[in-house]
Design a binder for this molecule. Structure first.
Ligand code: NAD
Ligand code: NAD
Length: 435
């Protein structure tokens, strides 16, 4: 599992624990990242002679090229490995801004991206040395990280700004009212959120100690450090040499429903653009898809010939206060209908009792209110509910907002692939009241 670099890792007080990438889930239980412990793996040099075979991790090499017809990969040190079957799961890399690409080295030093463990370690250090950080981007990474850093920043005296184009946090996936509500939560965590804004240029300030971000609104912000959280690009650098096709719209290696690019060559995870028989061509940048597609490709490499039939979920948490899980096509440009629990929002901390791994919750007495696109905030807020995303009146996506253990119901609703006359009735399947 990738460590929750933008979430739980920032909430422990134990520096050593964070450094070793051990972490506590929101519900307090300790979690291990490792799929298998080190002794499970066979040392590389013993693999060919081990009686019953095994799995080796060849760490420290990079694949430079693949020769698909000869079934060989070339490594950065010139070594060649031949294969019977090969899986490419090279993931994606963070995007950078043009103003950064064009900047001088002294300015570039003030910027960073955030994706790897090294990036986490560097930022952890940086939080001890700076007084202000600007995060550019309002998607999953920018929003999760802004809340996490602001929480940590309260102790360290670090001010966090978040700047993005959308009207609210995660505005590309959440309906406007929910995105705005989330933005209020992010602000309550101590983040100065600057919406509907782009960074146009930047200069050094205070003898090169700080960077001045010039915004398209005519304003500017001076900070010690800037994090770019402006999306990811699939890592398809092996494609050209290997003669593999890249999807012209969604990017990523083009594969069929069985995740096959060519005979004996499979692609999984962020860098695969696959055919989903229900929703068509897709490329998904989330954990559950990475796990499922890796497993499916593995089964198919062993001869299963199974199509991609799973609807992968994803989750996101804005600190311990807001958490959601989602499945299907989650796109805020679609029509949505939301059904929310009404009444006593208290200052609940839903995730304090929850994980994204199926643990039941406590009881509250709640009523239901219906929300469709564009409705304004109510004083009750949106503590808990279900949002349906519709295409031609058919439910194509579902967000479970601070509601857990209901993913299988959501998948059933998606699978039924039909127009529902009354989504309030469908929402009852989710027993919003029972938690
Ligand atoms: P990934 O980016 O996590 O992994 C890609 C791997 O490929 C890396 O180990 C990289 O070193 C390796 N690689 C790339 N090019 C290579 C080459 N030429 N030679 C050798 N190795 C090479 O991507 P993934 O596994 O497709 O996806 C993981 C998903 O999980 C992503 O969508 C990510 O956003 C998501 N995610 C998960 C969590 C979590 O589980 N806690 C948190 C955030 C995001
Ligand atoms: P994202 O696509 O979710 O959000 C990108 C943000 O950057 C948006 O606000 C967008 O408007 C903005 N943006 C894009 N281009 C821009 C530009 N030129 N100038 C200014 N703003 C620009 O991507 P992310 O939040 O950067 O996340 C990176 C990757 O990590 C994604 O693959 C994401 O799925 C993954 N991730 C997933 C999770 C999760 O599953 N919970 C958590 C963290 C990261």
């Amino acid at each position: 599992m990738r460590p929750p670099l933008s979430k739980e890792l920032w909430y422990g007080d134990d520096v050593e624990m964070a450094k070793s990438l051990n972490f506590h889930q929101w519900n307090g239980t300790a979690r291990s990242l490792f799929y298998e412990p080190e002794p499970f793996y066979t040392p590389v040099e013993e693999l060919n002679t081990t009686k019953n075979g095994g799995i080796s991790l060849a760490r420290g090499w990079k694949v430079k090229s693949i020769n698909v017809s000869e079934k060989k990969v070339k490594l950065n040190d010139g070594k060649e490995i031949s294969y019977n079957k090969c899986l490419i799961a090279t993931g994606s890399n963070p995007k950078t801004l043009k103003l950064y690409d064009d900047a001088r080295e002294e300015i570039k030093d003030k910027f960073s991206v955030f994706r790897s463990i090294k990036d986490f370690e560097d930022l952890w250090e940086e939080m001890n040395n700076v007084k202000s950080i600007a995060i550019i981007g309002g998607g999953f990474l920018g929003s999760e990280l802004a809340a996490s850093l602001a929480n940590k920043g309260k102790k360290n005296g670090v001010k966090i700004y978040q700047i993005f184009k959308e009207k609210g946090n995660m505005g590309k996936v959440l309906p406007n009212y929910l995105s705005q509500w989330t933005t209020e939560k992010v602000k309550n965590e101590g983040v100065e959120v600057i919406t509907e804004t782009e960074v146009q240029n930047c200069t050094l300030e205070n003898n090169g100690k700080q960077v001045n971000l010039i915004l398209n609104t005519g304003k500017n912000i001076v900070v010690d450090h800037v994090i770019m959280a402006v999306g990811a690009v699939p890592n398809t650098e092996l494609a050209t040499d290997a003669g593999l096709e890249i999807d012209s719209k969604l990017d990523g290696y083009l594969v069929n429903s069985e995740l096959q690019a060519r005979t004996d060559l499979y692609i999984a995870g962020d860098c695969a653009c696959f055919y989903d028989s229900q929703f068509g061509r897709r490329r998904i940048e989330h954990h559950d898809h990475a796990v499922f597609s890796g497993r499916l490709a593995g089964e198919n490499m062993a001869g299963a010939a199974k199509p991609y039939h799973h609807q992968p979920m994803f989750w996101s948490d804005i600190g311990p206060l807001v958490g959601y899980e989602a499945v299907g096509i989650i796109d805020s440009s679609l029509n949505t209908v939301g059904v929310f629990a009404k009444g006593n929002p208290k200052d609940t901390t839903p995730l304090a009792n929850e994980t994204h791994q199926n643990i039941p919750t406590s009881n509250e007495d709640l009523e239901v209110q219906l929300k469709s696109n564009g409705e304004a905030l109510t004083e009750n807020g949106y503590n808990k509910g279900v949002v349906f995303y519709l295409k031609n009146d058919v439910v194509v996506g579902i967000v479970l907002w601070n509601l857990f253990n209901r993913m299988s119901i959501a998948r059933q609703v998606l699978k039924s692939d039909r127009c529902y006359r009354d989504l309030n009735e469908v929402a009852k399947l989710f027993n919003i009241h029972s938690d």
